[in-house]
Design a binder for this molecule. Structure first.
Ligand code: UD1
Ligand code: CA
Length: 456
């Protein structure tokens, strides 16, 4: 006989008042992604038959955030408590299924910690995830008698003796659908909040003599619930530590795992070194032997083998080939592709441009909408004037060109291969290959000229 199917219910109908934000709570960002996406990942890792997301407050925004993920949306309108929320989802769930309840605002729980609950539920028990913590304030307390779990009391409904209990309810539980349905139908909203508490199913299970089994997560941080910005910040650090540990285990040299932020995915080769304060966003790939300098930001970027990103550089939707040096203080904007062995130095901004292999743009330049060939040298302060106030134009620079310092290349313009542009030139017409081109006001000298004297 095959085991009962697993159905996962994620509760996300609550308001999240304590975040003090206009944004629905489960859409707040953790490591660059909405809280609810983290919970969905965890749910999917358990290979459920279906995932049911209960929405209420800001239902539309929350539902939109999960479009395309294949989850069933359940509208709980109005939200009348966690028990009522699970009851709404059960309407779509077959009686023999094992049901696992997750919270949209408990994003760090791992599939490994949840697997035992699923197994217990399949076997007919009510399984709870609980933790013992020094500061249990605000959480439901686990009531035990002779070691066995007999109920949960909410913090605000608890007596002083019950408040002293340090074992708390994480809210996550699992049981067979038919049992949950029966227990939920017996719930009463006779508590301080006038809500149907899911936690009260524990007393019902106890009355029905169903086994109630408690499990603890692998690490206590897993069950951190996000109710405030402070808790969100705490979860962010915990998740970053977890990601950093994974990279260290993969052989990355992270100069300080506490000063590392990954908001997306990072694929690394061997012997990669990441200095402090680096932020990775979106999808980033670092090939073997890449070094990333302190306080750089890489967003949707590819960095080729043995390339050095010097401190304070920003690489945004750009690619850099092997053996290149970028920065310090370089800015590569979307659509930039820097070739192998190129050097892009301080205060250089490059946008939507191809830079050929072995080219150097080392100081204070702007290169936009350009195609730059191989072995080109662009001097300090060179500007491609790509915008006339209405339209953008391209600049094409051939191989082996030398552009002297402080030139303006007014696009559309083509600079022929091997040509040299004298410093200080404003180039408005196409330049043929080879030779020297310059547009410079001739230098004057006034002999015997005297500086004005101050009038008395
Ligand atoms: C709940 C538990 C408490 C536990 C704590 C752990 C109950 C009654 N209490 O308290 O024992 O220690 O979580 O974090 O269950 N939600 C709905 N519909 C509703 C109400 C809530 O979907 O009608 C969702 C919320 O969006 C949230 C989750 O359920 O994701 C928990 O609700 P919340 O109000 O935060 O419960 P707590 O008071 O924290
Ligand atoms: Ca909560």
């Amino acid at each position: 006989m095959s085991p009962p199917p697993l159905e996962i219910v994620i509760l996300a109908a609550g308001k999240g008042t304590r975040m003090r934000s206009a944004r629905p709570k489960v859409l707040h960002m953790l490591a660059g992604r909405p809280l609810i996406h983290h919970v969905l990942d965890t749910a999917r890792a358990l290979a459920p038959h279906a995932v049911h997301l209960v929405v209420g407050h800001d239902a539309q925004a929350v539902a939109e955030a999960v479009t395309g993920s294949g989850v069933t949306i359940v509208l709980q309108d109005p939200p009348r408590g966690t028990g009522h929320a699970v009851g709404a989802a059960l309407a779509n769930i077959s009686p023999e299924a094992a049901v696992l309840v997750l919270y949209g605002d408990v994003p760090l729980v791992t599939p490994e910690s949840l697997a035992p609950l699923v197994a217990d539920a399949r076997a007919g028990a009510l399984a709870l995830l609980t933790v013992t913590q020094d500061t249990p304030d605000g959480y439901g307390r686990i009531l035990r008698s002779g070691g066995a779990i007999i109920g949960i009391v909410e913090d605000r409904d608890a007596s002083p003796e019950q408040r002293a209990i340090s074992e708390i309810n994480t809210g996550l539980l699992a049981a067979r659908a038919e049992r949950l349905r029966a227990w939920i139908s017996r719930l009463r909203a006779t508590n301080s909040q006038g809500e149907y508490y899911l936690t009260d199913v524990v007393a019902e299970a106890c009355a029905d003599h169903v086994a109630i089994l408690g499990h603890t997560p692998r690490t206590p941080e897993e069950t951190l619930g996000i109710n405030t910005q402070a808790e969100l910040a705490q979860a962010e650090r915990a998740l970053q530590r977890r990601q950093a540990a994974r990279l260290l285990a993969d052989g990355v040299q992270l100069m300080d795992p506490a000063r590392f932020d990954l908001r997306g995915s990072l694929v690394v080769g061997r012997d990669v070194v990441i200095d402090i304060g680096v932020v990775f966003e979106g999808e980033v790939v670092l090939e073997d032997e890449v070094r990333v300098g302190a306080y750089s930001i890489l967003r949707n970027a590819y960095v080729g083998r043995a390339t050095r990103i010097e401190p304070h550089s920003l690489i945004d939707e750009a690619r850099v080939g092997a053996n290149a040096v970028i920065g310090p203080f370089a800015r590569l904007r979307p659509g930039t592709n820097v070739g192998e062995g190129s050097h892009i130095g301080n205060f250089v901004e490059i946008k939507q441009s191809e830079i050929g292999a072995g080219s150097k743009i080392n100081h204070l330049s702007y290169v936009g909408d350009s195609t730059v060939g191989a072995r080109v040298n662009i001097g300090a302060g060179v500007i491609t004037c790509n915008y006339d106030g209405a339209n953008k134009y391209r600049t094409a620079i051939g191989d082996d060109v030398f552009v002297g310092s402080d030139c303006q290349l007014v696009a559309p313009v083509t600079i022929g291969a091997g040509s040299t542009i004298g410093a200080g030139s404003t180039i408005t017409d196409d330049v043929p290959p080879g030779g020297l081109t310059l547009s410079r006001v001739p230098q004057k000298h006034v002999p015997g000229w005297r500086r004005p004297a101050k009038k008395v």
